[in-house]
Design a protein around this ligand. Structure first.
Ligand code: DAH
Length: 366
């Protein structure tokens, strides 16, 4: 028996005995790998005379084919044995519930904004928006707060070095009121809008965050008076808190952009340590809580926005969305709203499917 024949027999026997795919791969390398003995034998052909090569080459090629066929057959056999073993040991229980994928939730501020849009849409209000990086003119001047006006100090905010198109500085808007001006200028009168959005002030403590949310309201029409304002706010609050027991108190106040200006308070009682809206604030055990600022739009503001104040009147209000959410859903720390703590969001957040509707309820508790 030639040396080649005995090596071939040994290799075929080892392949037949291989216990797993790793062992098989080692055998393949030993024979057919770059440094394997079959490869070495093939290389010797180069040194042979043409006659020698003619007899030797077919034998070596035959050995190579034999070994690689044996390797392929054994590989298929080992792979199917492995699959059989997995099928025998692994089970799939189709009666188990499907694995839960992580689900996000809607932030209470977004939910409350959707609730506001739903309620006011029913009263014929559209949702308007404006930029958060605002021009000094829209944020102050057009709202009847000229350069020297002391009210600008109450609105200490974040200014940008850029000069605004209207001459002043660019700033982070301090309230949603500039949307009043922008919408009047863009759409004229009559008008019914709400403008929810982010606002900024350089303020930070337990009840103030440098960014918070407001919703502005504006109605411009003919023959509008304070009675319309009171009815609108009352109707809104009853729908929002889903109770008819809402008592409002209008207190004289001052805002440069309204004349007269009123602060609107709502009556509440303390139940189980929490404020619950309802009843007159003057009733025993009750109190008044300041809710929002509002008033009849100042004639100068209507003029700044390019409308004739002898023809058009209106009312406006500005309200803290975060405070509304706290009152309705019972959170007590404003800062937690913006910490991005997943546990807080899971507790107070809403399902994306919980769309507020007037018929289904604007305020399904989470
Ligand atoms: N812009 C005021 C603020 O942020 C709130 C406000 C008061 C808005 C009276 C109004 C209004 O539209 O009429 O403090």
């Amino acid at each position: 028996m030639t040396e080649m024949q005995s090596k071939t027999d040994a290799a075929l026997a080892a392949i037949a005995d291989a216990g797993d795919l790793d062992a098989l791969e080692e055998l393949r390398l030993a024979a057919l790998g770059k440094k394997g003995w079959v490869s070495a034998a093939l290389k010797t052909l180069g040194q042979m005379s043409p006659e020698e090569r003619t007899t030797a080459a077919p034998a070596i090629q035959a050995v190579r084919a034999q070994i690689s066929d044996a390797l392929a057959a054994k590989k298929a056999e080992l792979e199917s044995a492995e699959l059989e073993a997995r099928l025998a040991t692994e089970t799939l229980d189709l009666t188990l519930p499907a694995p839960q994928s992580a689900r996000g939730s809607v932030h209470p501020v977004s939910q409350v904004m959707d609730e506001l849009a739903e309620i006011f849409a029913d009263m014929g209000f559209a949702v308007a928006t404006g930029p958060e990086i605002e021009d000094d003119w829209y944020n102050f001047t057009a709202l009847n707060m000229p350069e020297s006006h002391p009210a600008r100090a109450m609105h200490d905010t974040f200014y940008f070095p850029d000069t605004a198109p209207k001459g002043g500085k660019m700033l982070l808007r301090t309230h949603t009121s500039p949307v009043q001006i922008r919408t009047m200028m863009a759409e004229g009168a009559p008008l019914r809008i709400i403008a929810p959005g982010r606002v900024y002030r350089s303020d930070s403590d337990a009840t103030h965050t440098p960014m918070f949310h407001q919703v502005e309201g504006l109605v411009i029409d003919k023959g509008i008076h304070l009675g319309h304002l009171k009815w609108t706010l009352e109707t809104f609050l009853k729908a929002f808190f889903e109770t008819d027991d809402i008592v409002l108190r209008l207190r004289p106040s001052y805002f440069p952009f309204t004349e007269p200006s009123v602060e609107v308070d709502v009556g509440f009682a303390i139940e189980n340590g929490k404020r619950v809206l309802g009843g007159s604030g003057d009733a025993p055990g009750h109190g008044w809580m300041e809710l929002l600022g509002s008033g009849m739009v100042n004639a100068r503001v209507i003029e700044f926005a390019g409308l004739d104040p002898d023809e058009w009147q209106g009312f406006a209000w500005g309200l803290g969305v975060d405070r509304l959410a706290m009152l309705k859903y019972g959170m007590d720390d404003l800062r937690a709203f913006f910490d991005g703590d997943v546990r807080w969001l899971q507790h107070y957040g809403f399902s994306g499917l919980d769309q507020p509707t007037l018929s289904g309820g604007v305020g399904v508790a989470p």
